[in-house]
Ligand binder design. Structure first.
Ligand code: C2E
Ligand code: MG
Ligand code: MG
Ligand code: MG
Length: 281
């Protein structure tokens, strides 16, 4: 660490560290007020049935437009929210907003909401879910929560109990970014996931002809099938990729080819119109 090192080293390293820490501090301050100032909103990305091309739902994706910093990527502000212990209020707002919006869509259209591992450490999260459903009037089977493998890494037991109680409500659960973390087959068999989301990196590699990626997708699809779970291919950007993941047996697809994450009004329009005729024909 720069501080422990000799004088010259300290001076060589310090400015950069200072800038990083300063940037974080200022971002975090802005983030603390972002919700109450109405700087956050959700975009909704279509999720489509791989075989028929019809819309099955949308994934809610959080956006932060800061007057000071402009659009900040979730890849940056989500981890920061987790470290700053802001993810619980932010996550609750996301869930309530997404449920309220989904209640306006046709009743076959589901909504998927990303949930951080930290949110599942709080037993109160079960009440957050039930009250988001009650207040929005959204029926429980239309809500899907997405968690990543990281949930099972730290303090797995507490989170597992919360997950069980949420599953008992009838909420669907999917395993996001599968294959990118420390994948373990143990929790796949112990947890009642409705679907496994195959990370974009596998889809991209497979579409470049990487044999190992193709083999992994095939294996995940077979595993999911035998466990009674669906598979969603993430990051499908071209027609060729759609055909490839369809041939590999993925049941659902999501990606720029079917639609980017859309502002609320556009998603509402897409939800309300016939989908299978004009896309992915
Ligand atoms: P994720 O849950 O895996 O979401 C999918 C990400 O892939 C989104 O990035 C989406 O815009 C992007 N994507 C979708 N289709 C394509 C494609 O065809 N090509 C490419 N290149 N990218 C595609 P985004 O919106 O930047 O979100 C990044 C991550 O931030 C999400 O990954 C999720 O882990 C996290 N995140 C977003 N919103 C929330 C939230 O409300 N709560 C929590 N806890 N995490 C969130
Ligand atoms: Mg997700
Ligand atoms: Mg994902
Ligand atoms: Mg991802």
């Amino acid at each position: 660490r720069a501080k422990d090192a000799g004088r010259g080293v300290y001076h060589a390293y310090e400015p950069e560290l200072h800038v990083q820490a300063e940037e974080r501090r200022v971002l975090e301050m802005a983030l603390r007020q972002a919700l109450e100032r109405g700087e956050m909103h959700l975009h909704y990305q279509p999720v489509v049935d791989a075989a028929t091309g019809s819309l099955t739902g949308f994934e809610a994706l959080l956006r932060w437009h800061s007057p000071q910093f402009g659009d900040v990527s979730p890849a940056k502000f989500i981890p920061l929210s987790e470290e700053a212990r802001l993810i619980q209020p932010i996550g609750e707002w996301v869930l309530r907003t997404a449920c309220a919006e989904a209640a306006r869509w046709p009743s076959h259209v589901r909504v998927a909401v990303n949930v951080s591992a930290d949110q599942l450490q709080n037993p109160g999260f079960v009440t957050v879910v039930t009250s988001a459903l009650a207040d929005s009037g959204l029926s429980v089977e239309r809500l899907e929560l997405e968690v990543t493998e990281s949930v099972f890494m730290h303090e797995g037991l507490g989170a597992t109990k919360v997950l069980e109680r949420i599953l008992d409500l009838g909420v669907r659960l999917s395993l996001d970014d599968f294959g990118t973390g420390y994948s373990s087959l143990g929790y796949l068999s112990r947890t009642r996931f409705s679907s496994i989301k195959i990370d974009r990196s596998f889809v991209q590699s497979a579409s470049r002809g990487v044999k190992e990626a193709i083999a992994i997708i095939r294996a995940v699809v077979a595993l999911a099938q035998s466990l009674g779970m669906a598979t969603t291919a993430e990051g499908v950007e071209t027609e060729a990729e759609h055909r490839m993941v369809q041939d590999l047996g993925c049941t659902k697809v999501q990606g720029f080819y079917f639609g980017r994450p859309l502002p609320v009004e556009e998603a509402r329009a897409v939800a309300g119109r016939r989908w299978d005729s004009d896309v992915a024909a």
